[in-house]
Every structure is written in structure tokens, then in C-alpha cells.
Write a protein that binds this ligand. Structure first.
Ligand SMILES: [Zn+2]
Ligand SMILES: [Zn+2]
Length: 76
């Protein structure tokens, strides 16, 4: 599985896995800065840079934001 750019540290160390125990929630985690964040079930939204529906809603206890997995743009 390809690594993505981490929205925090911008390194290419961001990957996801599905946690079967928690009803198939997708968990994103970064091996560089230890960011761990969950993908919300909402639909992906439109990214103006990529001109495609590539933004995913990510949230954890401290923060939440929309993140584009292609161009790495984040919006609150
Ligand atoms: Zn990171
Ligand atoms: Zn984008």
C-alpha cells in the first residue's frame, strides 16, 4: 500500500488500516510524528486543487479537518 504525505509533518510516512474490532473504521497513522486519526464516514468532498472528490474528513480527540490525500491540503 502506498504511503501518503502526513498532514502534520509532511513526510511520506502516512498510512491507513481498517480496524475490524471497531466496525471497520479506517485509521490513519504516521510513523514519523505519531499522528493517529480516524476517517469519518462522511462522503469525500471536492478539492479545488485536484478538481476531484478527494478530500476526506479526519478526526481524533484533539482536532478535526478535511484532508486531501492527493495534494495534502487541509481545511477545518
Ligand atoms: Zn506525521
Ligand atoms: Zn487536492
Amino acid at each position: 500500500m502506498a504511503n501518503h504525505n502526513c498532514p502534520k509533518c509532511k513526510q511520506e510516512t502516512f498510512t491507513w488500516y481498517v480496524d475490524e474490532e471497531f466496525s471497520s473504521i479506517t485509521i490513519w497513522s504516521c510513523s514519523n510524528c505519531d499522528l493517529q486519526i480516524f476517517e469519518d464516514d462522511r462522503d469525500e468532498i471536492y478539492c479545488e486543487k485536484c478538481e476531484d472528490n478527494t478530500k476526506t474528513f479526519l478526526k481524533n480527540e484533539e482536532e478535526e479537518f478535511w484532508w486531501c490525500s492527493i495534494c495534502n491540503t487541509t481545511t477545518k
